[in-house]
Design a protein around this ligand. Structure first.
Ligand code: HEM
Length: 532
């Protein structure tokens, strides 16, 4: 059985409902499901009607918590295939053999809105990929823009609380921005680079099939000898990067809130399988400090003029899920799901994520056994000493579940890479316990300006229009004015144009805070059509 068949088999566990009569959860055939059992024609319903009670009880428990962010999504299965062996820089098994197809599940999402919100809102899109590799599951949990809003995960609850509807009245419920978000942005200028992307057309993709994806953080590849190479991941869509214009996006929200979800589903149903190329930017460890920004700062990208993107493989999505809840809703991605050959860096945002995903999934998916759910189950063999817990569906045999063990059973850990075990990259770390980061973390404007300067005139106009639309809804004039002040440090013309549209004075100190920019660089390659 191939890995792809194994993933497919897992998704087909439930009995075919058309294969026989209705039963209870206990397998007892039910004679009647429309009228509850009662005393006489007009009497009370009887507790002994076990089918009635089971039916209602199950219904009452159908909902699970939605994701705290990225609640709305759409997913699909497919495969990944490398172009050639990547053994020069990683030992990851799924990146070695161009003849091996690794099954994947991808979930695209919006960030802010609840599960039932509209698709075509202005928002970042999630682009999360689970690779079911022979060495275990690897999750690349990315977004469709290459930078993030904050530098340190300790700010994530603050950022998300500012982004979400206001707690007293849950307004606004769409992804449109509002006082709290802009209050946070204006007081926390590290958000600005990602905000520029958010106000651009990238934040209203026409289709999930026409979106780039980015791992955002700097990760680390590790080869068979244990040598590390820094890596940034890029997905490029075969159909090129395409966006809606704002009027279209708004119309879609009303006419077809499922616009992006439907588009993905239909394309796959019709055999028009979407495809992406996986590319990597590789930075030798010796060049860790060769940039005017810190590789550990997720609000910065590595300009492609400095480090070109090297294509290493392709991904095709060719199968829709059988059941939205079982698969797309219950899939659990986690940045810490890595395989030998892929490791982390000390990016403080990534380190927080490595804690947060498992933690939230323990709540969202009801305990520690969600890796047994078909969509989360690795194709690699799973042998653990974990036992019991809610929703345990594995029947572990034997007397023991511990190690070391002389009685038989219990899974021992193997030593060394020779046995295919994951070994954390050996890194020397030295320092005092401080809350400070390197100085370049304080430069919040250079790359935001770089992004602005790489835009064509009509793209700039779309960005100005977006700022005017979003800030124009902010009630607190002080927040509007302060946002324009920080925008002036990105570009004076931008700030003035926005100020004119939202009834606040143009800023006095255009560009005063702007430091360390690299005007010779452009984002041409990132803002291009991204086609492969
Ligand atoms: C989902 C936390 C930053 C991409 C989530 C979820 C949490 C979370 C709690 C819900 C997961 C679930 O219920 O299964 C965080 C924290 C961050 C952070 C604490 C910063 C410290 C980021 C960044 C990216 C990202 C930088 C992109 C590079 C995603 C995606 C999902 C997600 C794509 C949806 C996964 C899915 O489709 O199920 N995040 N996140 N997050 N996050 Fe983050």
């Amino acid at each position: 059985m191939t890995d792809a068949q194994r993933v497919q088999r897992d998704a087909h566990q439930a009995e075919d409902p058309a294969s026989g009569p209705l039963t209870t959860d206990q397998g007892v055939v039910v004679d009647h499901t429309d009228d509850s059992l009662r005393v006489g024609e007009r009497g009370p319903t009887l507790l002994e009607d076990f089918h009635f009670r089971e039916k209602l009880t199950h219904f009452d428990h159908e909902r699970i918590p939605e994701r705290v962010v990225h609640a709305r999504g759409a997913g699909a299965y497919g495969y990944f295939q490398p172009y050639e062996s990547c053994a020069d820089f990683t030992q990851a098994a799924f990146l070695q053999d161009p003849d091996v197809k690794t099954p994947v599940f991808v979930r695209f999402s919006t960030v802010q809105g609840p599960r039932g919100s509209a698709d075509t809102v202005r928002d970042i899109r999630g682009f999360a990929t689970k690779f079911y590799t022979s060495q275990g599951n690897y999750d690349l949990v990315g977004n469709n823009v290459p930078v993030f809003f904050i530098q340190d995960g300790i700010k994530f609850p603050d950022f998300v609380h500012a982004l979400k509807p206001e707690p007293h009245n849950e307004i606004p419920t769409g992804a449109s921005a509002h006082d709290t978000l802009w209050d946070f942005v204006s007081l926390q200028p590290e958000t600005l680079h990602a905000i520029m992307w958010l106000m651009s057309d990238r934040a209203i993709p026409r289709s999930y099939r026409m979106m780039q994806g980015f791992g955002v953080h700097t990760f680390r590849f590790v080869d068979a000898e244990g040598n590390g190479t820094f890596v940034k991941f890029h997905w490029k869509p075969k159909l090129g990067v395409q966006s809606l214009v704002w009027d279209e996006a708004q119309e879609c929200q009303g006419r077809d809130p499922d616009f992006n979800r439907r588009d993905l589903w239909q394309a796959i149903e019709e055999g028009d399988f979407p495809e992406w190329e996986l590319g990597v930017q590789l930075v030798p460890e010796d060049d860790e400090f060769a940039f005017d920004f810190d590789l550990l700062d997720a609000t910065k990208l590595i300009p492609e003029e400095q480090v070109p993107v090297r294509p290493i493989g392709r991904m095709v999505l060719d199968r829709n899920p059988e059941n939205f809840f079982a698969e797309t809703e219950q899939v659990a991605f986690h940045t810490a799901n890595v395989v030998p050959g892929i490791d982390f860096t000390n990016d403080p945002l990534l380190q927080a994520r490595n804690f947060s995903y498992l933690d939230t999934q323990l709540l969202r998916l009801g305990g520690p056994n969600f890796a047994q759910l078909p969509v989360n189950r690795p194709v690699a063999p799973v042998r653990t000493n974990h036992r019991d817990g809610p929703h345990q569906s594995a029947v572990h045999s034997g007397r023991t579940s511990y190690t070391p063990n002389s009685l038989g059973g219990g899974c021992p850990a193997v030593a060394g890479a020779a046995a295919g075990a994951y070994r954390h990259h050996v890194e020397r770390v030295d320092g005092e316990t401080i809350r400070r980061r390197s100085a370049s973390f304080q430069d919040h404007y250079s790359q935001a300006a770089l992004f602005w300067n790489s835009m064509s005139d009509w793209e700039k106009q779309h960005i100005v229009d977006a700022f005017r639309f979003e800030l124009g809804k902010v009630e607190a004039m002080s927040v509007r004015a302060r946002t324009v002040e920080v925008l002036a440090s990105v570009d004076g013309g931008l700030a003035t144009a926005v100020a004119e549209g939202i009834g606040v004075p143009a800023p006095q100190q255009n560009g005063a805070l702007h430091k360390g920019s690299s005007p010779a660089l452009s984002l041409e390659s990132l803002r291009g059509d991204g086609s492969i």
